[in-house]
Design a protein around this ligand. Structure first.
Ligand code: NAD
Length: 350
């Protein structure tokens, strides 16, 4: 697998999107979010999506430069129509709007509909925690294709329906729970297929409802399981509620429409800590809580207890030094696009 610096991969993504008619500032935002996903170890949400996003631009499912329309607004709330813009661009702007509202009013909640994939949710909650606020975001796929079977079922009825909560703290890395409510994000199954690897047991079932580790069986009509294994009813319940927040509260609806464009409906909520208690004390106490939790002696097979977000922080430190590996299959697709779009010279050598 070839290895690259984050700067190089950002340039690759940026020039490909600009060549596809994306305004420069938007291409910069998309490239930054995608490469950040690779940096923190979520390759499933990184540059692997470049060919897919280009395909969506070709089909009109992503509209670069789409207008950001505020359809409804009150002091603490807003409803945003992204008009099929890049989800990264729309959601970043909506999160900034929520933060501004919460600066004045203490809390803010915003829904977003009609935008494309928003990638790794962690980036948006991190924007809030960097401003001394608690940031919560949920996402679903509206009436778009489904991936996950409900607990007790074998047919797909839910998206991977992620939820992310970020807490301001005095820790060096962000305290950040960022998870799909399914056993795994769909991108990790694509990644396993591109790498020619099996997935771990407990992630997926085949179309007959039997457990399997072959990613091809997922693409052949199988489904991802809700998080929680034999306690999957809890992951399923969480997924159900994420869908209501991101699909129904946004007005996107539910169900399966094979013609539907990929649509990350989003619910964002921001809580300004200063409106509840001193931010400095809260940040210090969250860090003390992290340290307290980490004092638990490791169980068999573990070296240490990690706090939510710690593994991504450690990955980022390592990959900033070692670089980012991109699997051959993904890199071939990306270099094919660079040739087709004649951006090799603009991108330059790795
Ligand atoms: P994951 O299972 O790797 O991690 C989930 C959470 O658990 C993270 O907060 C992580 O810090 C924490 N964690 C991981 N290992 C840990 C350990 N050993 N000890 C303690 N905590 C640990 O993540 P995932 O569910 O596979 O999701 C991956 C990414 O996919 C996320 O960034 C998510 O936002 C993204 N996603 C996006 C969409 C979308 O439509 N945009 C859909 C699904 C998922």
């Amino acid at each position: 697998m070839p290895v690259f610096t984050p700067e190089y991969l950002r340039k690759v993504a940026y020039h490909i999107y600009v060549a596809k008619g994306t305004p420069e500032h938007e291409a910069e935002i998309v490239a930054t979010h995608q490469v950040k996903a690779n940096l923190v170890g979520h390759d499933s949400h990184g540059v692997i999506h470049i060919p897919e996003y280009v395909e969506r631009i070709n089909k009109g499912h992503i509209v670069p430069g789409a207008p950001f329309v505020v359809e409804k607004e009150a002091p603490c709330t807003a409803v945003i129509n992204g008009n099929w813009g890049f989800g990264f661009v729309v959601t970043e702007r909506a999160m900034n709007m929520a933060i501004e509202k919460a600066k004045t009013h203490g809390v803010a909640a915003i829904t977003i509909h009609y935008q494309s994939h928003i990638g790794r949710l962690g980036d948006y909650s991190t924007m809030a925690l960097n401003q001394g606020m608690i940031g919560l975001i949920t996402a679903d796929s509206g009436a778009g294709p489904k991936a996950v079977a409900p607990f007790g079922g074998r047919a797909r009825r839910l998206g991977t329906n992620p939820i992310c909560i970020g807490m301001p703290s005095d820790m060096e890395g962000p305290v950040l729970l960022d998870m799909a409510t399914s056993a795994v994000a769909q991108g990790k199954i694509t990644l396993a297929r591109n790498r020619g690897e099996d997935v771990p047991p407990g992630w997926i079932i085949n179309k007959e409802g039997n457990p399997t580790t072959d990613p091809e069986e997922y693409f052949g009509g199988g489904a991802i399981l809700p998080v929680g294994a034999d306690q999957g009813h809890k992951g399923y319940g969480l997924s159900f509620m994420v869908e209501v927040f991101s699909g129904l509260l946004t007005g996107l609806g539910f169900g399966i429409d094979p013609q539907a464009k990929h649509n990350d409906g989003c619910f964002i909520s921001v809580f300004n800590v200063e409106h509840f208690r001193s931010l400095a004390q809260f940040k210090s106490e969250v860090a003390e809580f992290v340290k307290f939790v980490k004092t638990s002696s490791p169980a068999a097979g573990f070296n240490e207890v990690l706090y939510p977000g710690e593994i991504e922080h450690l990955n980022e430190q390592r990959r900033l030094k070692e670089g980012i590996y991109v699997e051959n299959e993904t890199w071939e697709q990306i270099t094919g696009l660079m040739t087709e779009l004649e951006v090799e010279e603009a991108v330059g050598k790795p």
